[in-house]
Design a protein around this ligand. Structure first.
Ligand code: FE
Ligand code: FE
Ligand code: FE
Length: 162
């Protein structure tokens, strides 16, 4: 698809993040299983639920802009998840594995923060207020998740791993 304008780029980026979110819903259950810390498991479980809502939110965004949700595969998220999977296959002490899982999960969140930050800015520029609102809502959830992971790492997991 030729990208002629910012609207085309917005659709392209939305399809990428839609693919990314779908990949994340498949990876998170494995990360929940691999985690030992209750706090970390809980954070992953909560974010899995949020991620499912984020996918629905994206589907409503696609309806608003009259485009299909599918089209792009997010190869970056595929790579980030591959790294997480190879980390989960390592032999590691429980708390060290928890620390490693946080490291992987924060890579996911940072990618999402970049992606949602970008698309919400495009939506704003294009005057798509309802679209922008939904994207900003998800952006805030990703930021909160990232901050929660930092907190769990600093207050619990990293100390135990040390
Ligand atoms: Fe997400
Ligand atoms: Fe991508
Ligand atoms: Fe996320």
């Amino acid at each position: 698809m030729k990208l002629n304008n910012l609207n085309d780029l917005l659709i392209h980026e939305l399809q990428d993040i839609y693919s990314a979110e779908n990949q994340i819903t498949k990876a998170l259950p494995k990360m929940i299983k691999a985690a030992s810390s209750d706090k970390l498991k809980q954070a992953f479980e909560q974010h899995l639920q949020e991620t499912e809502q984020q996918i629905q939110r994206l589907e409503s965004v696609f309806e608003l802009v009259g485009e299909k949700a599918k089209g792009e595969k997010c190869k970056a998220m595929e790579g980030i998840i591959k790294e997480a999977e190879s980390m989960m296959s390592e032999k590691a002490d429980q708390s060290v594995m928890d620390a490693a899982l946080i490291a992987c999960a924060q890579r996911v969140e940072h990618y999402e923060i970049a992606a949602y930050g970008t698309v919400s800015t495009y939506a704003k520029q294009l005057g798509l207020k309802d679209v922008m609102k939904q994207l900003v809502q998800t952006l805030e959830e990703e930021k909160k998740t990232d901050a929660l992971l930092t907190k769990i790492a600093e207050q619990t997991v990293n100390k135990q791993a040390e």
